[in-house]
Design a protein around this ligand. Structure first.
Ligand code: NAD
Length: 472
């Protein structure tokens, strides 16, 4: 397979796709290592996760360099590496504490004559299928707690961003005790992974998530799905319009808008609509694309060329249906890379694709509202329920609105906080996901199966108790 360099547009990296047979082999090898891994106990595994974090830091330069080519981003590439090392250490610390808190003692059953004694064991082999937008972080975000729980882990990164895996394998080679491996490829490799593992976590689009869930259902394994979003932000009349505009801009356009939690719809109270819009346009115009020099500016290229075309099509559709573009709106090609400045639109209607479908670009549709009830109804419309944001004059007003939004994580007085806060247990709603939270302790607990030892403390029933006959 070949991968396109997002800065040059050239397919300059070739790699071998792992066949279904190769995936099965990798899975079998990990399975053979898993019993010993689980037997090390939470503290033993924690020490090895720490060693993995150390190895990542020793190999940071080549991993980040490869990730920079994969994504066209420098600052975020460094943040991804730091975040994975920090999360490995975080689970190394939290894992043993979570295990220490698990109930293990026998307790009397509600049915007299029995006690129930819990036992805990990990799903032997965990599998992850990851997207291209934060390739390193999203390949490991579920695998690290799975390893802490006692699973072996098999990861399939996106075929769009494969370069970071080679230097990552060099880091992993220094921690041979860790039962972790990567398989490379696209849909076929992903399907083979699902067929080989006991638990799959998928991060990606809603359309692919449905296919993953179907295959997992046939294999009778749990599938956790972390899918797309169309996150709304509500800005009430009591909010400071300039402050709110700055937050909306950052939460919408960082990483060129290629984040599931990017704000993609901003509903603003009519009383402050004009000052908000003016501040947003001014702030948006101060944001620079990086262009050919990756060490300057704010917004890198679209990672996946097809993504630029998708965003352009949504903007063209909105323009044709009467939307006004206040700034941005064009795909700029520089040195073979595709870039877009922050784009602010008004005059939007529900039939526009921009208002219904995930955009995944630095695009900020701004819509006025008259009442808070109306704003909540607008925020709750549509197929997604990943996260949302509310900015009001004070946090209590924001919270009262936030708890009525049909989404898993609500940022108050800020936006897209799930990128910064890793322990906010929450469940994605509607088309944005399925299954337990990847954040908080539940992020690890989901990989443990509970077994019940049910003890007879009296005399077992005999078959005579089940003799048919009239009621006595
Ligand atoms: P995608 O669905 O195209 O691909 C994701 C992964 O699935 C890739 O590794 C791909 O090779 C694999 N895949 C594709 N077809 C498959 C199949 N039939 N069976 C098994 N695996 C298959 O997603 P993408 O374009 O890489 O990523 C962008 C999407 O990810 C956006 O929708 C975004 O919102 C979502 N996302 C969600 C979260 C979250 O936490 N909710 C985080 C980041 C990205």
């Amino acid at each position: 397979m070949k991968a396109i360099n997002p800065r040059t547009g050239e397919a300059d990296y070739a790699f071998d796709e792992d066949s279904p047979g190769a995936v099965a082999e990798a899975a079998a090898r990990l399975r053979s290592l898993q019993p010993e891994w689980e037997a090390r106990g939470p503290e033993g595994r924690a020490a090895i996760l720490q060693a993995f974090a150390d190895a990542l830091e020793r190999h940071a330069a080549p991993i980040v360099a490869a990730l920079e080519v994969d994504t066209g981003r420098t600052a975020i590439a460094r943040v991804e590496l730091e975040s994975v090392a920090r999360r490995a250490r975080g689970w190394a610390m939290r894992g043993p504490q979570v295990f220490a808190g698990l109930p293990r003692d026998a307790t009397p059953s509600a049915t007299p004559g029995f006690t129930i004694e819990p036992r805990w064991s990990a799903y032997p082999l965990f599998g992850a299928i990851a997207p291209w937008n934060f390739p390193l972080l999203l390949s490991h975000i579920d695998a690290l707690p799975a390893l802490a729980a006692g699973c072996a882990a098999l990861i399939k990164p996106s075929e769009v961003t494969p370069r970071f895996v080679e230097p990552l394998r060099a880091a992993l080679a220094e921690v041979p005790e860790l039962p972790l491996a990567y398989v490379m490829g696209g849909a076929e490799t992903g399907q083979a992974l699902i067929a080989s593992v006991d638990y799959v976590c998928f991060t990606g689009s809603t359309a692919t998530g449905r296919k993953v869930a179907e295959t997992a259902a046939r294999a009778l394994i749990p599938a956790n799905l972390e899918l797309g979003g169309k996150d709304p932000m509500i800005v009430t009349a009591s909010a400071d319009p300039v402050h709110a505009a700055q937050v909306a801009l950052r939460a919408s356009v960082v990483a060129t808008g290629q984040g599931c939690q990017s704000i993609e719809r901003v509903y603003v109270a009519r009383a402050i609509f004009q000052p908000f819009l003016a501040a947003l346009v001014e702030a948006a115009e101060a944001v620079e694309t990086t262009g050919a020099d990756p060490t300057r500016g704010h917004l890198g290229p679209f990672i996946f060329p097809a993504q630029a075309a998708k965003v352009a099509a949504q903007i063209d559709d909105a323009r044709a249906r009467g939307a006004t573009i206040h700034t941005g709106g064009e795909i700029e090609t520089q040195g073979g890379g595709r870039y877009m400045r922050p784009t602010v639109l008004t005059g939007l209607t529900d039939e526009m694709a921009l208002m219904r479908e995930e955009t995944f670009g630095p695009v900020i549709p701004v819509i006025p509202f008259d009442t808070v009830e109306e704003a909540i109804a607008l925020a709750n419309a549509g197929d997604y329920g990943l996260s949302a944001s509310v900015i009001a004059g004070d946090a209590e007003e924001a919270a009262a609105i936030g708890e009525r939004i049909d989404a898993g994580a609500i940022s108050l007085q800020d936006g897209a906080l799930t990128t910064m806060v890793g322990d906010a247990t929450n469940h994605s709603r509607k088309g944005s996901g399925l299954g337990p939270s990847r954040m908080g302790d539940e992020g690890m607990l989901r990989f443990l199966r509970r077994q019940a030892l049910i003890r007879q403390t009296g005399t077992p029933a005999t078959i005579e108790m089940f003799r048919e006959g009239p009621a006595q």
